[in-house]
Design a protein around this ligand. Structure first.
Ligand SMILES: [Zn+2]
Length: 482
């Protein structure tokens, strides 16, 4: 019995990340078929307008097929199945609804989008922020409302109407006559006619919130999830874990001159103050999700839940979602690696290690991140894999970056070694650990060691998701001659 439960634990902590692969052929074909059907019978009285709108719609579809082929989506996982089943439940509440396709993307931004060409995309970066399936259900219901109401189409038509109007031409002429601020005026006019499906106007947001809430109230999902979602979205520009990194626990290991490091990075506040001043009054405009406080108030009124305490989801609801959030967090960290943000991956993994110190995946992620930083600092390319602390970043992350920038080349290597040992002692055969081992040998530049690590990875995981990455690192594409 103990053997069985032991092996289950080992398997769980050895979580593998889904491959970053080309979309299934059937999916691309099904989408192309759907697009063709959507185009049939689309009419507008004005021929010129019809052509312009058709053109924009075509561009939306082409962009989606490009994204698919660029391997930006995750396919065939339990999270895909969950999103699909939830969308089925919501669509079933109203016979007038057509069901959009729901895609899950590797993009790390905390967001969800209805593109307006028949698909909704949930970003992997959003899922760890949510706290219950009810909140996720509201996100889907809200995007379904954008889809159902044809908001993108309405934006496209409004754009062309404005472009065709004499009014805009007059305004452009007027702007050109100005001596000062001409550029800013022209830009403002231009922004007005750009359709950004990620930022619909307030009226559309409000419409989608209310419709989404109506549908949600007809399901078994808790409508309080709608209000909870607003609390979550309001905070997505802050770090999920607001506790500062425990510097001693993270960095005070053999091979690191910890007190020296603290002295070197002693001036985080003053040096941050020197970086581009950040105007807090513009914070609401710069937010990924502005206006959430008002949206939450409206949702309370519509649902008759005015004056009810916040509190967020129940413990049961949180527990039922915890496994999804955890999985999504792993995939998010892997995605940070894919985009070569080693510093960000290390930061997120270190935060998780506080609660799960023995977890092989998080330890391996930190080891791999420091190996990448080691290699980059050797090649004087640190800026490519480690962000610069800026005032626009959450202070928790900015303070971490200050310290990591203060590490020496040998200290990146030592930290990689330390975390790799920890990963090994908790799960030696994990794919993430074997890949981190390979990366470390690669960073050190010891070819034999790298060969051994390479063979160990492929022996244990012949179908490893890292195959392409490994091949690229072993035989980098030839640099163009200068
Ligand atoms: Zn929206």
């Amino acid at each position: 019995m103990s053997v069985v439960s032991g092996s289950i634990v080992a398997q769980e902590s050895c979580d593998r990340i889904p491959p970053r692969e080309a979309p299934p052929k059937e999916l691309v074909e099904a989408m192309k078929r759907q697009y063709e059907q959507d185009s049939v019978g689309f009419q507008l009285p004005d021929k010129k307008m019809l052509k312009a709108v058709r053109n924009d719609r075509q561009q939306l579809r082409r962009a989606m097929v490009d994204r698919l082929e660029d391997r930006m989506f995750i396919h065939g996982t339990p999270i895909n199945a969950l999103l699909d089943s939830m969308m089925d439940v919501i669509v079933a509440t109203d016979p007038s609804l057509t069901r959009p396709r729901v895609n899950l993307t590797w993009l790390t931004i905390p967001n969800a989008v209805s593109w307006g060409e028949g698909t909704i995309t949930v970003f992997i970066g959003l899922l760890p922020h949510l706290r219950s399936k009810d909140e996720l259900a509201f996100v889907l219901a809200h995007e379904l409302a954008h889809h159902h109401q044809g908001h993108t189409d309405r934006d496209i038509r409004a754009k062309h109407e404005r472009l065709a109007s004499g009014e805009l031409k007059e305004q452009v002429k007027e702007a050109m006559r100005q001596t000062y601020g001409r550029r800013a005026r022209l830009e403002a006019l231009l922004m007005d006619v750009v359709v950004d499906v990620r930022k619909h106007g307030r009226a559309y947001e409000s419409e989608s919130d209310s419709l989404g809430l109506i549908w949600l109230m007809r399901t078994r999902f808790d409508p309080l999830g709608a209000i909870g979602t607003m609390e979550v979205l309001d905070k997505t520009d802050k770090e999920l874990d607001q506790r500062p990194i425990d510097l001693r626990a993270a960095f005070d290991h053999p091979g690191v001159d910890f007190s020296g490091l603290m002295a070197r990075s002693q001036t985080p506040i003053s040096s941050l103050a020197g970086v581009d001043a950040f105007d807090r009054s513009r914070e609401e405009d710069l937010k990924t999700h502005p206006d959430c406080v008002h949206r939450a108030e409206d949702l309370r009124i519509w649902s008759g839940m005015e004056g009810m305490g916040e509190g967020g989801p129940t413990n049961e609801a949180r527990a039922a979602y915890a496994g999804i959030a955890r999985k999504a967090m792993r995939w998010l960290v892997e995605s940070e690696f894919y985009y070569e943000d080693a510093g960000r991956a290390v930061f997120l993994a270190l935060q998780r290690l506080r609660d799960e110190p023995e977890d092989p995946f998080w330890n391996a992620a930190v080891a791999r991140g420091f190996a990448m930083l080691h290699k980059a600092s050797k090649e004087h390319d640190l800026a490519f894999v480690l962000a610069t602390p800026k005032k626009t970043l959450d202070p928790v992350y900015a303070a971490f970056l200050e310290v990591v920038h203060g590490l020496r080349m040998s200290e990146y290597a030592a930290l990689s070694e330390h975390y790799l040992q920890r990963a090994r002692s908790s799960g030696p055969a994990c794919e993430a650990t074997l890949f981190a081992t390979f990366w470390q040998a690669h960073a050190k530049g010891v070819t034999n060691e790298r060969g051994v690590a390479h063979d160990a990875l492929f022996a244990a995981y012949p179908d490893t998701r890292y195959r392409e990455l490994v091949e690229e690192l072993v035989a980098p594409p030839a640099k163009p001659k200068r």
